[in-house]
Design a protein around this ligand. Sequence first.
Ligand SMILES: *Cc1c(COP(=O)(O)O)cnc(C)c1O
Length: 390
Amino acid sequence: MESRYPLGLDLTGLDSPSFVVDAALLEKNAAVMKEVGEASGAQILLALKGFSMYSSFPLLKPYLQGTCASGINEARLGKEEMGLQVHSYSPAYSEKTLRAMLEISDHLIFNSPGQWERFAGLRREFADRVSFGLRFNPSHSETETAIYDPSAPKSRLGTIADELPEGFLTEQGVEGLHVHNLCEKDSPSLLRTWEAVERVFSGSRRGELEGLKWINLGGGHHITRPGYQKDILIDLVRRIRKDYKVEVYLEPGEAWALNAGYLVATVLDIHKNRGNLAILDTSASCHMPDVLEMPYRPHILGSGEEGEKAHTYRLGGVTCLAGDVIGDYSFDEPLEVGDRLVFTDMAIYSMVKTTTFNGVNLPSIYLSDSRTGEHKLIRRFGYEDFRSRL
Ligand SMILES: *Cc1c(COP(=O)(O)O)cnc(C)c1O
């Protein structure tokens, strides 16, 4: 039977709710990433969008080549807290934001020929310090959920082949091509995506890829998931490096912190409405918005599906939103007020997406280590964090 607590971590006495990230599990992921980087020759970046817990950056730093940012504040966080390469991209830049990002980036990616041409002056100004790329949209879908599919019809993310005149990359001196098309995918998805890219840049267009300095294959590679086919990724990266004589970058977010963190919550009340209800001191809406947005069902240690174990509850959050429901879960023993529940895989796309909707407090943050059993409190939040945003 699965324990109600993670291996090696005693969570009693920690703040509730709190995010608990296990340094041991982070390092385990990071070692896999580094191994893939070394075997393939790819440079691997951390996409801050999915995981920005900078107190863990000293631990991750030996395993990666830099960070990638989707906005000015991520770029700055990467520069200040990681201090390695900074690759920046945004679907569109204002002149002010672009200038600020150029001051701290070494690679910068434009989304469209329009933005590329509009900022020719700034490109010239920073040409000796920044390598400029263009995001290509291969119009090849691998992701079923439309809101996570950059290749969905009418997607604004990247430039499709029809909008990229032949010879553009070479004539304009584009140094890098960026292709991000995946979300939680195994390597065959990347292989098919790359084949879609090569179908466009073949024949008379092949020289456009050969003239590049780098190709960035984006994120969404679930490299640290059990069963991920690393060999296919490694072979593909090696082939691209050899065929086009380019540097290859990968910029996963999720994979770095996959299954490396928890959200600890406490049962505040139990009552009934056509079934058992439990109200927790956390919230889907405030603390794990992807549960509602994606949507998905997070796992709770020691729990089963509705009706699978003896006692089923609908778990709800502490906000006034009727839909602030995490899901229906069953347990061997009845839940009691004060019980702690541990949600798994909460390091990614949760801490970066929290809100203070309803004035709900943000979860505390711990960097823990299951090798030693230690917990280090990183942040505890309060009224000022709510007030300062409004
Ligand atoms: C979201 C995103 C990533 C990271 O994706 P993961 O699914 O977290 O690996 C990398 N690059 C770009 C451009 C992205 O939008």
